[in-house]
Ligand binder design. Structure first.
Ligand code: 4NP
Length: 151
């Protein structure tokens, strides 16, 4: 799960997908990172932590890190939150195999629409709830595909 800062969208995406996978008994490893290094080592944004906690998801233990080339080797799928993140990840890809792992996360729940998870950082609390709802829906779609052997 990759966004810009790794303090709002991607840690929430990690927390939601990991919790749902654990509840279903799926043995998958979910992680997150930012394309930028602005917030390395920081806890997720307090507004995102609060929104997550209200829905029963704790992301308090997560710490921001920067996406690195080795992540292409460590993970089967790399989900970008928006098109800017997607572009920045693809710029680090070494070959076609790396590129094939990368996709926009909302394509899983709303295929073909090119939708993004909007950056909530400079907006109000409602933006964080919107991010939660989009990622909750996308996580369900990802798990359904894993269950059906499509991922
Ligand atoms: P994120 O949100 O990419 O969802 O973690 C942001 C966090 C920080 C900044 C921008 C977006 N920033 O400009 O510092």
């Amino acid at each position: 799960m990759v966004c810009l800062g790794n303090i709002c969208r991607s840690p929430l995406a990690e927390g939601i997908l990991q919790k749902k996978a654990d509840e279903k008994g799926f043995q998958i490893e979910v992680d997150s990172a930012g394309t930028s290094g602005y917030h390395i080592g920081e806890q997720p944004d307090s507004r995102m932590r609060e929104t997550a906690k209200n829905k029963g998801v704790s992301i308090d233990h997560l710490r921001a890190r920067q996406f690195e080339v080795e992540d292409f080797d460590r993970f089967d799928l790399i989900y970008a939150m928006d098109k800017s993140n997607l572009k920045n990840i693809l710029q680090l890809a070494r070959n076609e195999e790396d590129k094939k792992k990368v996709r926009l996360i909302i394509e899983e729940s709303h295929p073909g629409m090119g939708l993004e998870v909007p950056d909530p950082y400079f907006g109000g609390q409602q933006g964080f709830v919107t991010v939660y709802n989009l990622l909750d829906e996308a996580s369900d779609a990802i798990l359904k595909k894993i269950q059906n052997g499509e991922r």
